[in-house]
Design a protein around this ligand. Structure first.
Ligand code: ADP
Ligand code: GLC
Length: 485
C-alpha cells in the first residue's frame, strides 16, 4: 500500500509537540510492517538543513500566486531513513521563529498561504499533474494544516483519487481565516457553505478535513468519544457527531528507539528499565546539580515537560505550588507558551531556587534528563487527545500524575488499593480538573512515595508498559486496506 502523509511537523526535522513525534515514528512503523509510506512537509529552513540525501524532485510552479516557484525536494529522515518530500519555497518557509509563529510568538500573517500550499501540494501529488511517478493509494492528512487537501481533491473532481484519512491530533487548533481566503487559495465559492468549508463566517481548514475526508481518526479511543460533545469538540461536535460512523480513535505509540533509558544519549547515567533504582537515583542527582536544586535524594522531584498553557492545566500547577513546596517537593519545569504562565513559574523559581527550577524554551536533551531523573511527571491537562510524555515517563520509571481525560484516561491506571494489589497501577489520576483535586492527588502520590515499597511496585508496572508503535500501525494498516483494498 502506498501512503502519503501530509504533516506540518516531523521529528527530527521540525517539532513543537507530539504531532512531530507521530509523523516521524508512525511512518517508520508502517514501513517496518511492509507499507510504502512517504511524508510531505513544508521546507522550513531548519528542516531543509537537517534532512538527509536531498535531491531535486520537480517543480510545483506557483499555484497560489505567491510570486515564487515552489519546488519539491526528496530526502530522508535522519535516523530512520523514512522518505520525505519537502516543499522548497523560501518565500513562505524560510523565516526566523517557529513553524507557525514568529520569534515574538505571533502567528505569521500568511499562514493560510503557507499551509494552503502544503494542502494544495498533498492533493496535487495525487493527480495526473504530479511531477512524481509515485502516486498514493491513501492520502493521510494530519491536523488543520493539511485539512484543505481533501477539499482540493473534491474541488478538482479528481475521479481516480486515493482514499483520504484525516487524523485529529488536537481539535482546539482549527486554522480559521477570513472568507476572502477561499478565492486566494483557488477554492470554489460553492464549497463555502455550512455543509462545506464555512465555519462561523470563516474558512476553516480543520472543518474541510472533517467534511471531505473518507475516514477520520483521532489519537485515543476516549478522545474520539469526547470530541463528539461540547466542550471537548471546540465547536466541531456537531460535524463530528454527524460523522460518528467514520470516526475511530487509535492510541498513539511511543518511539522506544528515541525514548529508552538503556540507550539514551542525552542522559548521563543509562539504565535498563527493569533495573531502574540506581540509575534513576544517579540521574536525579545529576538533574538536581545541573538545575541548582538542593542535592537531596529524599526530596520528591516533580517534573513537567510541556507546552505552557491552560489546556495543559499549567495554571493548576501554579495554584498548587505553595502546598507542594511546603511538602518538601522539588519541581523542574521545561516548557514554553503563554507569557503569563512563563512569568508565573519564573517568579516562583526566583523565590525558591533550591526547590524550583524553570527552563523556558525547547530542549530535547533536558526533556530526556527530566524523564530519567524525575520521580513524578505532572500532566493535569484539561484536554489531552493522547499525550505522549506519560508514555515516555513510564519507560523511565517516572510516575505520571494526570487528569482523567482523553489519552491520559486510556493509558494511566490510578493507584488504588486494588491497582496496587494486582500490580496494574501506573500512576495517580484525578477526575475533576480543579486545583483541590490535583493537590490531593499529588499528596496521595507523596504518601506512596514515602513508603518506598509500593512506590517501587508502581514504578515496576510503569516500566513494563508496552506502547510500541507496531500495535497502532496494524490498526492504521487495517483501515487503509478497508478503504483502498
Ligand atoms: P502536545 O503534542 O500536546 O504538546 P504530547 O505529550 O503529545 O503533547 O507531546 C509533547 C512532545 O513535545 C513530547 O515529545 C515532549 O517531550 C515534547 N516537548 C514539549 N515541550 C517541550 C520542551 N519545552 N522542550 C523539549 N521537548 C518538549
Ligand atoms: C497533539 C495532542 C497530544 C497528542 C499529539 C500527538 O499535540 O495535544 O495529546 O499526543 O497531538 O497525536
Amino acid at each position: 500500500m502506498r501512503v502519503l502523509f501530509a504533516s506540518s511537523e516531523v521529528f527530527p526535522l521540525v517539532k513543537t509537540g507530539g504531532l512531530a513525534d507521530v509523523s516521524g515514528a508512525l511512518p517508520a512503523a508502517l514501513i517496518e510492517a511492509g507499507q510504502d509510506v512517504r511524508v510531505l512537509l513544508p521546507g522550513y529552513a531548519g528542516a531543509m538543513a537537517k534532512a538527509e540525501n536531498k535531491q531535486p524532485a520537480g517543480s510545483l510552479g506557483d499555484p497560489l500566486g505567491v510570486g515564487a516557484e515552489a519546488r519539491l525536494v526528496s530526502a530522508t529522515l535522519p535516523g530512520s531513513g523514512v522518505p520525505v518530500w519537502l516543499i522548497d519555497c523560501p518565500e513562505l518557509y524560510d523565516r526566523d521563529g517557529g513553524p507557525y509563529q514568529d520569534a515574538n510568538g505571533f502567528d505569521y500573517e500568511d499562514n493560510a498561504l503557507r499551509f494552503g500550499l502544503l494542502s494544495w501540494t498533498a492533493a496535487h501529488l495525487c493527480t495526473e499533474g504530479s511531477p512524481l511517478a509515485w502516486r498514493p493509494d491513501v492520502l493521510h492528512c494530519h491536523d488543520w494544516q493539511s485539512g484543505l487537501a481533501p477539499a482540493y481533491l473534491k474541488a478538482w473532481n479528481v475521479v481516480d483519487r486515493p482514499a483520504t484519512v484525516f487524523t485529529i491530533h488536537n481539535i482546539a487548533y482549527q486554522g480559521q481565516f477570513p472568507p476572502d481566503t477561499v478565492s486566494r487559495l483557488g477554492l470554489p465559492w460553492d464549497m463555502y457553505t455550512m455543509a462545506g468549508l464555512e465555519y462561523w463566517n470563516t474558512l476553516s481548514f480543520l472543518k474541510a478535513g472533517l467534511v471531505y475526508s473518507d475516514r477520520l481518526t483521532t489519537v485515543s479511543p476516549r478522545y474520539a468519544k469526547e470530541i463528539q460533545s461540547a466542550p471537548f469538540g471546540c465547536g466541531m461536535e456537531g460535524v463530528l457527531a454527524s460523522r460518528a460512523a467514520d470516526l475511530t480513535g487509535f492510541l498513539n505509540g511511543a518511539d522506544y528507539g528515541v525514548w529508552n533509558p538503556a540507550d539514551d544519549a542525552y542522559i548521563p547515567h543509562k539504565y535498563q528499565p527493569a533495573d531502574f533504582v540506581a540509575g534513576k537515583a544517579a540521574n536525579k542527582a545529576a538533574v538536581q546539580a545541573e538545575l541548582g536544586l538542593a542535592q537531596d535524594p529524599e526530596a520528591p522531584l516533580l517534573v513537567i515537560v510541556s507546552r505552557l498553557n491552560d489546556l495543559k492545566g499549567m495554571d493548576l500547577v501554579l495554584s498548587v505550588m505553595p502546598a507542594i513546596l511546603q511538602q518538601g517537593c522539588q519541581l523542574a519545569v521545561l516548557g514554553a507558551g503563554d507569557h503569563s504562565l512563563e512569568d508565573g513559574f519564573q517568579a516562583v523559581a526566583a523565590v525558591n531556587p533550591s526547590q524550583v527550577a524553570v527552563s523556558i524554551g525547547y530542549s530535547e536533551p533536558l526533556a530526556h534528563k527530566l524523564m530519567a531523573g524525575g520521580d513524578m511527571l505532572l500532566m493535569p491537562s484539561r484536554f489531552e487527545p493522547c499525550g505522549l510524555t506519560q508514555l515516555y515517563a513510564f519507560r523511565y520509571g517516572t510516575i505520571p500524575v494526570v487528569h482523567v481525560t482523553g489519552g491520559l484516561a486510556d493509558t494511566v491506571v490510578d493507584t488504588t488499593y486494588d491497582g496496587l494489589m494486582t500490580a496494574t497501577a501506573t500512576g495517580f489520576a484525578f477526575e475533576h480538573a480543579n486545583a483541590g483535586a490535583f493537590q490531593w492527588t499529588i499528596e496521595r502520590a507523596l504518601d506512596t512515595f514515602r513508603q518506598k515499597d509500593p512506590w517501587r511496585k508502581v514504578q515496576s508496572s510503569c516500566v513494563c508498559q508496552d506502547f510500541s508503535w507496531n500495535r497502532s500501525a496494524e490498526r492504521y494498516i487495517a483501515l487503509y486496506r478497508a478503504l483502498a483494498g
